[in-house]
Design a binder for this molecule. Structure first.
Ligand code: 5GP
Ligand code: ZN
Length: 112
């Protein structure tokens, strides 16, 4: 059994509120939402961060982006922010690549 949280969600071992999925990507609601719409788009394969996704399979990154757009089209008028925290200093806490799809309200843009 893997100790990767998102591999376990992909495998169905841990429940999640899945909103969309394809052969390569699954999308589920963040357990601690930071916006009215806060969905994580996650490759089914274990890659540590977005740079690893881009290097391993650029098409998979395109699949993640397309699913993010589809969620935003369905839930927030096609307008969304897509964030990939990369590295602990940037706020990454789960080291299985994921994009945060945020929307559903005007989003601030504050410096760190
Ligand atoms: P990161 O901090 O790595 O960029 O994002 C990880 C995200 O995963 C966080 O926003 C956190 O709220 C979310 N998260 C952590 N554990 C769970 C979980 O068990 N289920 C779901 N759906 N989201 C989780
Ligand atoms: Zn994983």
């Amino acid at each position: 059994m893997t100790d990767c949280l998102f591999c376990r969600i992909v495998a169905g071992e841990i429940p999640a509120d899945v909103v969309a999925e394809t052969d390569s990507v699954i999308a589920f609601r963040d357990i601690a939402p930071k916006a009215p719409v806060h969905v994580l788009v996650v490759p089914r394969s274990h890659l540590a961060n977005v740079a690893e996704v881009a290097n391993a399979d650029p098409g998979l990154l395109a699949d993640m982006t397309a699913l993010a757009q589809g969620i935003a089209d369905a839930e927030c008028g096609g307008q969304f922010r897509l964030i990939f925290n990369t590295g602990a200093e940037a706020g990454q806490s789960v080291f299985h690549a994921h994009g945060h799809v945020l929307g559903g309200a005007p989003l601030g843009w504050e410096p760190a």
